[in-house]
Design a protein around this ligand. Structure first.
Ligand code: G4P
Length: 534
């Protein structure tokens, strides 16, 4: 069990000011726009729009990334750090495509909180719900931003109800919108008794903020049209009666989400949300590990790999391992122990994603994300320490739901294909299974789109056209149990057995019925749909 947030000791100030979070949303809700405004207000970029690429590669990048490229290491904006008031924010990007993947899940193991962005007209959509469930599994605190209030949106109570009912979480309004669509003028800040007015003329201007003393303050009438003012007073009164007040502890435990209403594109409500992240999102939290948890305030550095990105620069076949620091104060050039291989590694060229300073930072603290370029030693789930044999847990691998045979377009290139497949498997982009009978490989993924992505990447990064063909199998299960029993079981069921890319034994199956039968007839082994990354 992890310590409850309330029982945690005070952290060193450098660690206590860090907030590490991800944004969860359904495509099109406004994640990119909000990210861009975060970077703008965090001083990491000078002008919105400047960093926005169109089309397929549309994502926010900071200038720092371009500089990294000049140095020969290119990194996508998988993590972005920037300062806001007294805080250091680390925003970890969740993959944008609509296929839910393990990558997304593992990204959420590297953060302490999530910002849920919903579209005010659409409410809670499918992808948001899936991601929310993952956050719930980890009891991650969630702050909500209801975006696009400058458009016709749903009734506010309806939105709040939908979140409460659909996601089974208490919702407390941190702000209350005034009008909507064309009539939208701004919001009433329920936490600080302020009136925030949107500036429609300049999208990058921060809203005008006016201190007021409650809803009876005559100043309100100077800024809010009469009909909206009556409605506001009525709604806020109702909200205060019907909805729970903000309870920081409940937020930290993941039972309550504060909601801000705004319009990312108009920069409206974004600063209030950022203040909210500072005030209500947690400090760096302890990491689950064996044989003991790792606390951020520990003097020694420990961290774990939650993502590997290969071939960022195809000329160098480099890989960057993204490491979440779980404890301590990291300095460039440090020697760390790679726990799985027990080997020491000197981290001389860490990539720190500090966007504002535009120079390679020399240090990082618990809560930060660093990128370590390497040649394949670092794999997802690996732990790095200053010597102690600790293993961070809770970074699972899921059984793929779709399997296909893969063949090289040119049969002479089979060896090349094998190499490419294993590299992508290490990156976590797919699972590779080598059946014990016959030749060739089976590729397993969680979402259908991943086959396409994989095929395109093998072709562009390795110059190898590939073909995917239907497999006779539909799912895979890891076989767990005493070593001799697992081996005996594998010998008896050779036609169903394969080894995954880590060499672990899996049982390939055509139907659920098969799995039930094995579980009944072979109680000495278990078939599992997940495994811990080792
Ligand atoms: P995503 O990353 O979650 O997929 O969403 P993204 O930020 O790309 O936003 C999706 C669309 O919604 C974009 O329009 C964006 O401009 C728009 N949008 C974001 N925030 C707001 C808002 O507060 N109000 C309104 N009205 N629109 C908003 P697009 O037409 O797809 O792209 P673009 O041509 O504007 O770049």
């Amino acid at each position: 069990m992890l310590d409850a947030p309330s029982n945690r000791p005070a952290l060193p100030p450098e660690i206590a000011r860090r907030r590490t979070f991800a944004i969860i949303s359904h495509p099109d809700a406004g994640k990119t726009t909000l990210t861009e405004k975060f970077l703008l207000f965090g001083g990491a970029i000078q002008m919105a729009g400047q960093v926005r690429a169109k089309g397929e590669a549309r994502r926010t990048r900071s200038d720092f990334m371009a500089m990294e490229k000049d140095r020969g290491i290119s990194v996508s904006a998988s993590a972005m750090s920037f300062d806001f008031r007294d805080f250091r924010f680390n925003l970890v990007d969740t993959p944008g495509h609509s296929d839910f993947s393990e990558d997304t899940y593992r990204t959420l193991t590297a953060v302490d909180a999530a910002i849920m962005v919903i579209d005010g007209a659409k409410g809670v959509e499918s992808q948001t719900r899936k991601l929310f469930e993952v956050c719930r599994l980890r009891d991650l605190p969630i702050l909500t931003f209801c975006n696009k209030m400058d458009r016709e949106s749903r009734d506010v109570f309806e939105i709040v109800d939908e979140i409460q009912e659909n996601l089974a979480i208490d919702v407390t309004p941190a702000s209350w919108p005034i009008g909507m669509g064309r009539d939208f003028v701004g919001a009433y800040d329920m936490l600080n008794d302020r009136l925030e007015l949107m500036d429609r003329a300049d999208r990058n201007r921060v809203a005008e903020s006016i201190s007021i003393s409650g809803l009876d303050d005559p100043k309100l009438a100077e800024h809010v049209p009469d009909h909206l003012l009556d409605q506001l007073r009525e709604e806020v009164e109702m909200a205060r009666e019907l909805l729970p007040p903000l309870d920081k502890q409940a937020v930290l435990e993941g039972h309550m989400t504060p909601i801000w209403f705004g319009s990312a594109i108009n920069s409206f409500g974004v600063k209030e949300l950022m203040d909210g992240i500072g005030a209500y999102a947690p400090e760096p939290q302890p990491a689950r590990a064996e044989p003991r948890q790792i606390a951020p305030e520990e003097g020694k550095v420990a961290g774990f790999v939650f993502k590997v990105q290969a071939n960022m620069d195809p000329k160098h076949r480099d890989r960057v391992a993204f490491v979440r620091l779980a404890s301590g104060h990291f300095e460039r050039g440090m020697k760390l122990t790679h726990v799985r291989s027990k080997k020491a590694m000197t981290v001389s060229a860490p990539v720190l994603f500090l966007a504002a300073d535009r120079e390679l930072a020399e240090e990082a603290w618990a809560g930060d994300i660093i990128g370590i370029p390497n040649h394949g030693q670092l794999r997802i789930g690996d732990t790095l320490t200053e010597g102690e044999a600790l293993k961070v847990t809770g970074i699972p691998s899921f059984a793929p739901e779709l399997l296909q045979n893969v063949r090289a377009g040119d049969p002479m290139k089979a060896k090349h294909l094998e190499k490419a497949l294993y590299q992508f498997a290490e990156e976590g982009a797919a699972k590779i299974f080598k059946p014990s009978i016959g030749s060739g490989y089976i590729v397993g993924v969680v979402g259908a789109l991943q086959f396409e992505v994989l095929g395109a990447r093998i072709e562009s990064e390795y110059g190898l056209p590939v073909r995917f063909e239907p497999s006779q199998f539909t799912s895979a299960r890891w076989v767990h149990g005493p070593k001799d029993k697992v081996e005996a079981f594998a010998n008896r069921n050779k036609q169903h057995i394969a080894h995954d890319n880590d060499g672990d034994i899996v049982y390939l199956t055509r139907m659920q019925w098969d799995i039930d039968r094995i579980e009944r007839d072979h109680p000495e082994v278990t078939l599992s749909a997940t495994k811990e990354m080792m």
